[in-house]
Design a protein around this ligand. Structure first.
Ligand SMILES: NC(=O)c1ccc[n+]([C@@H]2O[C@H](COP(=O)([O-])OP(=O)(O)OC[C@H]3O[C@@H](n4cnc5c(N)ncnc54)[C@H](OP(=O)(O)O)[C@@H]3O)[C@@H](O)[C@H]2O)c1
Length: 261
């Protein structure tokens, strides 16, 4: 008999871990929740807190060979994926020319390439009423000097998520793109290795449970986008009505004033 599963990618930490816990608390009729990330011990710790059956796949999703093994695993187990949540991602703050090429290209490989690859691997195992959640960011709304490559990767995820939603809608597979502002997770342990987050962003920091709870509600309601918190919704609105040519110089002036402090 086919196995009904949910896959959470990037489940070892932050938003992915929170998605796994909230899905575990709410899901019925799922045989297994598959938890994917590189750190096996973190996934094991998480699975002990969960009441559903879990399968731990400690893998690097930027490795094409490991992705092929995931495809084989899905086929061998005759899986039907009810939900795919793509949370693996990282960002590094800092001016483009001051950061190594490897740091920047790594963001593109994980946030864009691997997210696209895993979505492609999983889609053939999805049927009517399945859902996909893609983690973008409010950084997708406008180019971000000082976070340029990360913001560009998230603009890719937003564009990809919205287009995929239209392609899959008639098949009743629903895609929701989640665009949080700053969320209190270990994301910043990596992001701030190369530079500091702007104070205005830090001031709008929210907790991961609220972002995930809204994202799951928006996904259930088949919404295209999930944007949590009033300041981030305001920013989203402004970036839609005001030209980027007007907003970018304001951001530059604010950033320069922060550096002088
Ligand atoms: N926190 C924020 O402020 C914020 C805001 C907007 C959007 N986001 C986005 O939300 C998503 C989740 O971020 P987070 O805040 O939860 O960060 P996080 O706590 O650092 O979690 C990142 C997750 O990605 C996994 N990961 C990283 N590289 C991987 C790889 N090569 N293969 C497999 N898994 C990998 C990590 O697990 P391992 O290290 O164990 O592999 C971890 O589980 C990211 O896409 C991020 O860009 C975050």
């Amino acid at each position: 008999m086919a196995k009904s599963i949910v896959i959470v990618v990037g489940a070892s930490s932050g938003l992915g871990e929170q998605f796994a816990l909230q899905l575990d608390a709410h899901l019925r009729k799922t045989n297994e929740i598959w938890l994917i990330a590189r750190r096996k011990e973190k996934l094991l710790e998480l699975s002990k807190k969960m009441r559903n059956n879990t399968r731990i796949l400690a893998m690097d999703i930027t490795n094409p060979g490991q992705m092929e093994r995931l495809r084989d695993n899905l086929a061998d187990n005759d899986c039907k994926i009810r939900m795919l949540v793509n949370c693996a991602g990282y960002g590094m703050i800092g001016d483009f020319e001051e950061m190594s090429a490897e740091e920047q290209l790594g963001m593109i490989r994980l946030n864009c390439e691997a997210l696209t690859h895993i979505t492609h691997v999983c889609l053939p195992f999805m049927e009517k009423k399945s859902r996909i959640i893609q983690l973008a960011s409010s950084a997708a709304f406008i180019p971000q000097p000082g976070f340029a490559v990360y913001a560009a990767t998230k603009a890719y995820v937003e564009s990809f998520g919205k287009a995929l939603r239209e392609e899959l809608y008639s098949k009743e597979i629903y895609v929701t793109t989640v665009c949080p502002g700053c969320v209190d997770t270990p994301f910043f342990d990596i992001a701030e290795r190369t530079g500091k987050i702007l104070a205005i962003k830090k001031a709008t920091m929210v907790d991961s449970a609220s972002v995930v709870s809204k994202a799951l509600k928006d996904s259930c309601a088949k919404r295209n986008m999930s944007v949590y918190s009033a300041p981030i919704n305001l920013m989203w609105g402004l970036t839609k009505v005001l030209p980027h040519g007007l907003l970018l110089p304001i951001i530059r002036i604010y950033k320069e004033s922060q550096q002088e402090d």
